[in-house]
Design a protein around this ligand. Sequence first.
Ligand code: ADP
Length: 437
Amino acid sequence: MKRKINRRLRLVTLLAILIVSIGIILVFYGLFEAQVKKDLRTNVKLLTETQALTNTDPRFESLHEDKLRITWIAADGTVLYDNDTDAAVLPNHLDRPEIADALVHGEGESVRRSDTFGINTFYYAHLLPDGTILRLSTQARAISGIFLAALPVILLIAAAVFFICMFIGRALTNQLMKPIAEMTEKLDSPLQTPVYEELAPFAEKIRTQHENILEAAKIRQEFTANVSHELKTPVTAISGYAQLMETEMVSSEQIPHIAGQIHDNADRLQYLINDILALSELDDANLERSFEEVDLYALAQRCCEKMQIHAAGSEILLTCMGSATVVRGVEELLSELLQNLVQNAIRYNTQGGYVIVSVGSENGHAALQVKDNGIGIPEEAQPHIFERFYRVDKSRSKESGGTGLGLAIVKHIAQIHHAEIRLESEAGKGTEVTVVF
Ligand code: ADP
């Protein structure tokens, strides 16, 4: 990038020098040409007024030194006198544009490129009162000649400016790149690095992204540690019970109990694995999900039917109420969300309690609510219950087959549906979870 900027800068510099040189030469040549023409007129005037053609005026001599060519032409184009060539050998001059012009308009001028490269000949002809024409001509550099003459100076200036620009360009790019390099080195705290204004949003974005990556890595590491810990308990239990049976240290009466324990722990492992798989699938941002119209009420009814048996087992009254409410979503995920909420409402309830699932609209938004009059959640625990593996009462959760992942899954599903979760709960009184779409 640095090299690219420097290359571009050099190119722009060269181009600028070239344009400026051409511009200056053009302007200068315009002025120069005007001056040459003006000098010719002045000299013609001088010659006419002083009648220098017939006398030996010192100013006439000086004209000779200026390498002025003086031609005196008769009205019929015959050359009467020429200070450069013998008049007798010169052809008729009527066809010369400046002579033709002078005969018609009283004066005429023209510029002719001579054979020598870079030299122009300027002519100025003036009609004298006696009908003859006095023509002066002089040779001067053409624009190409001036350019060639100026070329060494132009090249010298170009080289000097080129090196200055290269030096400045290098300093500027270094200055430009320095904060970026520093920022890369101190990615953890790039805002402490002096960053120029234009780079600040970029620096901020990089910093946030970097923080997010670190945070995600930390969460993943914590999650892995938690998963290992959670899996270890049932695996250790299963292994321990199996060992007891293997070494025949248990009586045949104890076998059903031990088999029951192995069964429970295997179930636990299964719940954990299912929830972990569900979460990792929800974490997969690249997974394509098919969104469709889903009737939340129909879904809630099906969920209540399925959970009725669990509710009855704990003597809990589970009711579903509301009306058809359609949202755009993934049916399978919404069903899982409902099931987790209802499962919790039953799991953390008291005997004879109730669970009400209601579906409807709230301020024009589809909403579903799961309300129970169970044990409730203490205020200090409320901000944490959507975290992975967080449980208020670990043993109660485990006893009832909880994994500590149910609400984390609920939160994730709500996020995918751009839905908001509201929790209202009071310890000992009950809990109300509302999901607004
Ligand atoms: P778990 O598998 O342990 O139920 P969740 O993520 O579903 O995990 O819930 C986290 C914790 O939040 C639970 O362990 C429980 O302590 C508390 N909780 C969730 N829902 C309720 C509820 N309806 N009433 C009381 N406590 C609840």
